[in-house]
Design a protein. Structure first.
Length: 111
């Protein structure tokens, strides 16, 4: 289930509602989000389940770095992840293939 959010906080507080278990099948990863003014957050996906925590993880699989404003736009389908990456609005460190897998686990609006 995907729906628009107004803030980073709303995105993470509703993450369990947008989680797609089938997309997470066979995935064991930590997705970290460094969202500038909106802080650092991480989500652990394992065994078709997920858990969220505010703050940095000791060993993230992949880290997405961008502004909170652009993250909300991307989550709402108003900014494509590919375009954000190509234009420097989003930086990815760690596993890029796992970062790309996120759209199957946590789909964008209209995605």
């Amino acid at each position: 289930m995907s729906f628009k959010v107004a803030s980073v906080e709303e995105y993470f507080s509703t993450l369990d509602k947008r989680f797609v278990e089938a997309g997470a099948k066979g995935v064991s990863a930590v997705f970290q989000f460094d969202l500038a003014e909106s802080g650092i957050h991480h989500v652990e996906v394992k065994d078709n389940g997920m858990s969220y925590a505010k703050g940095a993880h000791a060993a993230p699989t992949t880290t997405i770095k961008m502004t909170g404003e652009n993250f909300v736009k991307m989550s709402n389908g108003e900014l494509s992840g590919q375009m954000a990456y190509m234009t420097g609005k989003m930086k990815i460190s760690g596993s890029i293939p796992m970062a790309m897998k996120m759209k199957e686990i946590f789909p964008q609006v209209g995605g």
